[in-house]
Design a protein around this ligand. Structure first.
Ligand SMILES: *Cc1c(COP(=O)(O)O)cnc(C)c1O
Length: 389
């Protein structure tokens, strides 16, 4: 068997405007990035706070490498769990206000680990239709019955919960939806979990560091979570987005975390992340809490974009977060607009099916505290010019 059928599939994808391409970055992540020898204004990273190249984090990583080396050398349960990892877990628990936290290598692995450790064949998982792919993959791998409810539709979720006879029930939701930028109705989700005796897993990949005055994410956006819920809340967040480094963690009740250490296969059967990254993340937590201006800048930039953009055909979707999708509709049109922006020195990715539903191709504009007001103004002006063409 040869691979020639793959060439046909690739050609079809290209014809459908669905072929994905990688750009080679020659600079650190920033507002201006160097691609193919040219500086280009980027609105497509998840480096929301501009920390990926923050000098204090870079220095902490270097010192971490000097102290611990570059590799962890083993999994956490063998000899890969360093003092830096251990301290970071304690600080993450303090930072989130939850009893305990466990580091994972990536968010994808955290979601796989948690869901497969908690659910099996006789259990049920209830998922928002717009949840991140890693949550869906985890659900399949767990073999639990998976029910998806229309985006943020609490009435359908309640009907599904009420009808379920599963042994264990887990409601799963992005806290900030990654392709839409809206925030999940968490107090209502939690109330339903209490009423039907379910757990709630919140994936705060895009809220951690960004939401709340001190960056504690959705837990600070909806303060009731802290006062009210560790008993059924499973909080997950990633550390490679606003936190600027790499990795992820899960936080919640002590017995939950103790169980994950025993049973989360994506925690057990993998090499621990380099301790130097944990050292950088300890510095990142300090900067996230201390440099409140970064979140204030984000709020200002969202405002400049939303008030500045007056387009006839394309619409910004409702969102208060740094994820500001511009709905275009067809994949080909979205690619065309993205390419035209690129010719003007502005990078905004076209997000197409199957990442988003058919007919809702969009430009996913993401803002960062590394941007200036003038940067956002430049994007607004370019979009106005493009719509007239
Ligand atoms: C990015 C993301 C993940 C995966 O995190 P990684 O650390 O990149 O693997 C999981 N969930 C959501 C909602 C994400 O946006």
């Amino acid at each position: 068997m040869t691979f020639s059928f793959l060439s046909l599939e690739l050609k079809q994808r290209e014809a459908d405007g669905l072929l994905r391409q990688r750009r080679v970055l020659q600079s650190p992540q920033s507002a201006l990035v160097r691609v193919d020898g040219e500086d280009i204004l980027s609105f497509c990273s998840n480096d929301y706070l501009g920390l990926a190249n923050h000098p204090a984090l870079v220095q902490a990583a270097c010192e971490g490498a000097q102290r611990f080396g570059v590799g962890s050398g083993a999994s956490h349960l063998v000899t890969g769990h360093s003092a830096a990892h251990h301290e970071l877990e304690q600080r993450l628990a303090e930072f989130t206000g939850l009893p305990a936290a466990l580091l994972f290598s990536t968010g994808y692995m955290a979601n796989l680990g948690v869901i497969t450790a908690l659910l099996g064949r006789n259990d049920a998982l209830f998922a928002d239709k717009l949840n991140h792919a890693s949550l869906n993959d985890a659900a399949l791998l767990s073999r639990a019955m998976m029910m998806r409810y229309p985006h943020a539709n609490l009435a359908v979720l309640e009907r599904q919960l009420a009808a379920s006879t599963a042994r264990r029930k887990l409601v799963v939701s992005d806290a900030v939806f990654s392709m839409d930028g809206d925030i999940a109705p968490v107090p209502e989700l939690l109330a339903l979990c209490e009423k039907y005796d379910a757990w709630l897993l919140l994936d705060d990949a895009h809220g951690f560091g960004v939401l709340g005055k001190t960056g504690r994410g959705v837990l600070e956006h909806y303060p009731l979570l802290i006062t009210h819920s560790p008993s059924r809340l499973i909080y997950m967040a990633t550390l490679g987005k606003a936190a600027g480094v790499f990795g992820a963690f899960v936080a919640g009740a002590p017995e939950l975390i103790a169980w994950l250490v025993q049973a989360a296969r994506s925690y057990i059967y993998t090499t621990a992340t380099p301790p130097m990254l944990a050292a950088a993340l300890l510095e990142s937590l300090r900067v996230i809490a201390a440099e409140t201006w970064r979140r204030e800048r984000l709020v200002e930039l969202v405002d400049v974009l939303r008030h500045g953009l007056k387009l006839q055909h394309w619409q910004l979707m409702p969102s208060d977060t740094p994820i500001q999708p511009l709905l275009i509709g067809s994949s080909q049109e979205a690619v065309r607009v993205s390419e035209s922006l690129c010719q003007r020195g502005i990078l905004v990715p076209a997000i197409r099916p199957p990442t988003v539903p058919e007919g809702t191709a969009r430009l996913r504009i993401t803002l960062s505290a590394a941007h200036s007001v003038a940067d956002v103004q430049q994007l607004v002006n370019a979009l106005h010019e493009l719509e007239i063409e």
